[in-house]
Design a protein around this ligand. Structure first.
Ligand code: FAD
Length: 655
């Protein structure tokens, strides 16, 4: 009971006496430091794999806080949310609970690159995450700040290899012992906040930075390479002071697509969802930015900011004279604020207000809180294994913004995987990794650990070579079985549902392949005009379903005895047939790579003049290392599976 009480956030916050009598008497399997998006998924995943887990975070009431934009998903990021959900994480369900505007981005393109996205109600999102964590068995949540990581001295036989033994919280003399630690300090590690010419210590407005002792452990005790990055957030605007008639309304989708595979609908029905609005910057905005550069110390700093979510200052400097989009987004169902996406800025507050008022719709806008910037330490992620465990410290896992990424989704994805592995290590089970060919999470982690980062890393579909297989519609088929059978982080109910869907899709595809007739008969049977009169060969129902205007429902009404049992999977079957042959070819290519592992690569191969299908970066790596075999080439940092396919085809002269 005492352990359950500790996780009642508002009733029993951390106190020293309780901590020293309870926490320090116990050895935890896993301690997670930080209750942001990485930390919450890590703690939940570790508990799901069976580890006795302790989550220590500075403030329990900020668990699940959205530090910046109140939105989830998008192109590439939406795929990550679906994968986190397929592995039974919290984020997708929280998004369905808190979403107030759902839209499928990239809808005019192929389903492989669709991006599920939602605008969120901040309060609902936080409440959902907190209540989920509170109800998890084997998880204790405590409020406080970790100031020191405890590690054993390196073993004489293994120089430079430490082992984590526990943590110490600020104001506590005794250590809390554990087998693994997941460190998820986000923007808080040696964090500094910037506004105008003012700088103050902080991890986020209103929150102090991580204790200095933590940075000291990472840099001085463990000898890790640590860098510095920055990001920023826009001012928040009072909605009723905005002239929305001067902006373009962007309604939500009429049929919202939930993030979670176990949800069939979103909590907020379509008719209650809120619109977003689109407006643009003016030359006046650019003028204010230029006039105030000398008052803006954040952008004068060396640390790199997010290239793909830049501040208005960076946008203006990089693309002078251009009109930039500004999205006015709701902060929640009952919130009176709008979030101006695209206007992240760090000049003094009076200048921020002047800048806002250069935009016609914001001419009379009132600012509730000004924008600001944050700079923080990150650990160069090439020092990690693909399990997200540090190479030089057994039991210490890092996840989230501390690894140089930006975004809630990237943080959650790493957190989940680090939590799984931290739990497995504590149980002396082998650590697991996810490959680039099976998931975006695998792409994310592989990019981080093999290439490192030079600027905040965010996910895009273009980073995934196998994106036609790694679609947002099929993350459950790709990951849920592995999550249950190997990782142990998925519930039996979810696993059972994924198997049922897999069987349904298999049956539906077999049915589509089994019905075959001449194009004339198809035209007659379904009154089709899209099939050319001149087409004479027999066509299967699978071929017919590939036509843009044909839906599975149309086939089911024409031949109900064959297709109606699979109507539940209509939408997914349509996508499956579009990509089926392409994905099968990719699978064959991957199989070939595995078979040809020992293929000798010619020693005189001129890698630098290989075709442009191999990137310059890959050609240079191959030229520098000159691997003996194809297998050795696959293991080179920075090498992608797609590059290996091209190399194999080139060497074997395959088409
Ligand atoms: P966080 O969400 O930062 O959570 C870290 C948690 O660790 C916090 O709860 C903190 O209290 C806790 N903590 C830290 N140190 C300790 C300690 N020693 N002991 C106990 N607890 C500790 N993302 C974008 O994608 N685009 C943007 O434009 C963008 N702009 C941002 C602007 C600002 C000002 C901020 C603050 C963040 C911005 N983000 C942006 C980043 C986004 O918030 C993060 O990517 C995401 O929250 C990272 O999740 P995380 O779990 O790694 O860390």
């Amino acid at each position: 009971l005492a352990r359950r009480l500790l996780i009642r956030p508002h009733i029993l916050p951390f106190s020293h006496s309780r901590a020293s009598s309870g926490l320090t008497r116990h050895k935890y399997d896993v301690i997670v430091v930080g209750g942001g998006h990485a930390g919450t998924e890590a703690a939940a995943a570790a508990a799901r794999v069976g580890a006795e887990t302790l989550l220590i975070t500075q403030k329990i009431q900020t668990i699940g806080a959205l530090s910046c934009n109140p939105s989830l998903g998008g192109v590439g990021k939406g795929q990550l949310v679906r994968e986190v959900d397929a592995l039974d994480g919290l984020m997708g369900r929280a998004g369905d609970w808190a979403g107030v505007h759902f839209s499928m981005l990239n809808h005019s393109k192929g389903p492989a690159v669709w991006g599920p996205r939602a605008q969120l109600d901040r309060r609902r999102y936080r409440e959902f995450i907190q209540s989920e964590l509170l109800s998890l068995p084997r998880l204790t949540v405590v409020e406080g700040s970790v100031e020191k990581m405890l590690v054993s001295e390196p073993h004489p036989d293994k120089p430079g290899k430490h082992r984590v033994t526990g943590v110490r919280m600020a104001g506590m003399d005794e250590a809390i012992l554990c087998s693994s630690v997941v460190l998820t300090t986000g923007t808080f590690l040696s964090g500094s906040l910037f506004m105008g010419q003012t700088t103050s210590p902080g991890g986020r407005m209103g929150d102090p930075p991580s204790c200095a002792g933590l940075s000291h452990t990472l840099r001085e005790v463990l000898g890790l390479t640590v860098g510095r990055l920055r990001t920023g957030t826009p001012p928040r605007i009072v909605k009723e002071t905005v002239d929305l008639s001067l902006a373009t309304v962007q309604p939500p989708d009429q049929r919202p697509t939930p993030f979670s595979y176990i949800n069939t609908r979103t909590r907020c029905p379509p008719e209650e969802q809120l619109p977003c609005y689109l407006t643009h910057t003016t030359p006046g905005v650019e003028r204010v930015v230029r006039e105030s550069l000398h008052l803006n110390c954040h952008i004068q700093e060396d640390a790199k900011g997010p290239r793909y979510c830049p501040s208005i200052e960076s946008r203006v400097m990089r693309f002078p004279g251009r009109r930039h989009q500004v999205w006015l987004e709701p902060e929640g169902l009952t919130s009176d604020l709008l979030y101006p996406q695209g206007l992240s800025m760090t000049m003094p507050p009076d200048v921020q207000l002047r800048l806002l008022r250069e935009i016609p719709a914001l001419r009379k806008a009132e600012m509730r809180t000004p924008g600001y910037g944050v700079q923080y330490d990150f650990v160069c992620p090439t020092q990690l294994f693909p399990s997200l465990q540090l190479k030089n410290t057994q039991g210490l896992f890092l996840a989230g913004q501390i690894n140089g990424t930006t975004g809630y989704e990237e943080a959650a994805a790493q957190g989940l995987w680090a939590g799984v592995n931290a739990g497995r290590l504590a149980a002396s089970l082998p650590l697991l990794s996810l490959s680039r060919t099976e998931s975006y999470i695998g792409v994310l982690i592989d990019d981080l650990v093999s290439r490192g980062v030079t600027e905040p890393y965010r996910m895009f579909t273009s980073r995934a070579e196998f994106r036609t297989s790694l679609r947002p519609d099929n993350a459950d088929l790709r990951l849920t079985p592995k999550g249950f059978e190997e990782a142990g982080c998925v519930s039996a109910e979810r696993y059972g549902e994924a198997l049922r869907v897999r069987e349904g899709l298999k049956g539906g595809l077999a049915a589509l392949q089994s019905v075959c007739m001449s194009s004339t008969r198809w035209r007659e049977r379904m009154a089709l005009t899209c099939i050319s009169e001149t087409k004479s060969a027999a066509m299967s129902a699978e071929d017919i379903l590939k036509y843009k205007d044909i839906s599975f429902e149309m086939l089911a009404s024409a031949i109900p005895e064959v297709f109606s049992p699979y109507l539940e999977f209509a939408h997914r079957l349509k996508i499956e047939v579009l990509y089926y042959s392409h994905c099968e070819r990719q699978k064959r290519e991957m199989g070939r790579i595995q078979e040809e592992e020992s293929l000798l690569l010619p020693q005189d191969l001129d890698y630098l003049s290989l075709p442009a299908s191999l990137s310059q970066e890959v050609r240079e790596i191959l030229d520098r290392v000159r691997p003996d075999t194809l297998g050795a080439a696959t293991r080179l940092p920075g090498m992608t599976p797609a590059a290996i396919v091209h190399l194999l085809n080139y060497v074997t002269k395959a088409p």
